[in-house]
Design a protein around this ligand. Structure first.
Ligand SMILES: [Zn+2]
Length: 460
């Protein structure tokens, strides 16, 4: 082989496969207190003084920032002269990344289910292999399903759990995990819920598992999730090359992907989304430009033809939130979601149940009020277009102490409290009448009836 070609291939191979190294990096939690503070943080981002774990920079919103060793002096000196609050949360980022891969010991860490465990975070292949094992071990109850394919042609795989396949007029629920690649606690939670549905003897879990046909997708962004294991631990988006280009002050690889939770075709690109391919919240060149978001939407619409979908739960991390649709609205506009009051009630009771076990506090509300406004998210689209009554985005542990690098020791405690919340969510949902088909239209017709009676009384 010509040596020039050889070196070209060698360099290309090295660039493509170089594992992102965070040696010397620290993570700081910063809270801007004025508009000038926000401008300074934006300048930090533009000039690569640091990378943020959250692209939303607004007054009083705390955000984690990764700062390389050679920038820490500049960062600390610059912020000292401002109102920005700075707290070091991860003193050695590379070590935290490596520590997260070490299996936990202690509390229930030896527990396994068909070769799968929750003492560590598993890669895509292990999750997919485990789902195959469940299909073989639960014939007639668990079936495999492929939602579609990713940009890099990976299957978006899941399972359907149905204890009453002969039943007509079925109720259905969808669990969506890992739309964002680096949020590893999401698939660790969704797989635990599957295990509970298949093994729990708690009557409430049994009822939930057996009265609803569950469509479970632990990883809907398989390329990004795979990439977060092999190359770039902090990867969030999918791996779309369509808008690849030069990223000023940042690694060009940043433009290699679309934020799938900004790519859905409902109020797309209106707020809390970026048209810059180098941003972590790049909404894509157009709504539904990505095969992963198209696959989810098509799957939901097809399923709607087969029965009533009552749940759509999208698992993310971190911040401990139960988010109600819609994410672009605030104030009285929250009522745009026709059963907002019910979802709020269900969310609050679920958060109370979560807190009971370890005191973990979850906040409940629309994104604009408890996080920040966003648009183009999957769960908002599901609520608006597929009209699924109980739709939430759930941001799991923690509050930013470890963020995406949640230690494996916290997986099982997180899963136990999440399950408590899910049981209560289902109890209240049932109590509010959502198990009866067409509950929503009944609620609406009842409201119309009451309104008509009031008008009649007024005019008599
Ligand atoms: Zn997320």
């Amino acid at each position: 082989m010509n040596y020039k070609i050889y070196y070209f291939l060698l360099i290309t191979f090295s660039v493509v496969n170089a594992v992102k190294d965070y040696n010397g990096y620290k993570v700081y939690r910063v809270v801007p207190r004025t508009e000038d503070d926000v401008k300074l943080l934006e300048e930090f981002r533009r000039t690569s003084v640091g990378e943020f774990w959250d692209d939303n920079l607004v007054v009083n919103y705390r955000v984690n920032m990764m700062v390389p060793g050679d920038m820490q002096g500049l960062f600390l000196n610059s912020t000292r002269q401002t109102m920005i609050e700075v707290e070091e949360v991860i003193p050695d980022l590379q070590k935290a990344i490596e520590d997260q891969l070490k299996p936990a010991t202690g509390f229930r860490s030896s527990e396994t289910f068909h070769g799968y465990s929750w003492d560590r975070y598993h890669n895509l292949e292990t999750i997919n292999t485990w789902m195959n094992t469940l299909v073989q071990n639960y014939p007639g109850i668990v079936r495999p399903v492929v939602m579609g394919r990713s940009v890099e042609n990976r299957e978006i795989r899941g399972i359907i759990i149905n204890y009453k396949p002969e039943k007509t007029n079925k109720l259905m629920g969808i669990l969506e995990g890992t739309l964002h690649a680096r949020e590893w606690i999401a698939p660790a939670t969704v797989t635990w819920i599957v295990k509970e549905f298949l093994t729990s003897t708690d009557p409430q879990v049994r009822a939930m598992a057996e009265n609803i046909e569950w469509h479970v997708f632990p990883v809907v962004n398989p390329d990004g999730y795979h990439y977060s294991f092999t190359t770039h631990r902090m990867w969030r988006k999918n791996r779309s090359p369509e808008s690849f280009g030069t990223c000023e002050g940042a690694d060009d690889d940043m433009s290699h992907g679309v934020d799938l939770n900004r790519n859905f075709d409902f109020v797309w690109m209106s707020v809390g989304a970026s048209n810059n391919p180098c941003s972590n919240t790049f909404a894509g060149p157009r709504a539904f430009s990505e095969p992963e978001s198209r696959a989810i939407s098509q799957y939901v619409l097809n399923l709607k033809e087969q029965g009533e979908i009552i749940y759509y739960l999208a698992y993310h991390s971190y911040t401990q939130l139960i988010v109600i649709p819609y994410s672009h609205v605030t104030g009285s506009d929250v009522l745009l979601a026709n059963n907002y009051a019910d979802m709020y009630e269900i969310g609050i009771r679920s958060a109370d149940a979560i807190a009971k076990r370890y005191g973990t506090v979850y906040r409940v509300g629309v994104s604009s009020e408890i996080l920040y406004p966003i648009s183009g998210g999957s769960f908002d689209w599901v609520k608006k277009v597929a009209d699924v009554p109980i739709t939430f985005l759930i941001e799991l542990r923690d509050l930013g102490e470890y963020g995406f690098l949640l230690p494996p020791e916290q997986i099982i405690p997180n899963n136990l409290e999440t399950m408590d919340g899910l049981i209560e969510m289902d109890r209240v949902t049932k109590l509010l009448g959502y198990y009866s088909a067409g509950a929503i239209s009944k609620v609406i017709s009842l409201s119309v009836l009451i309104l008509c009676s009031m008008v009649i009384v007024l005019f008599n």
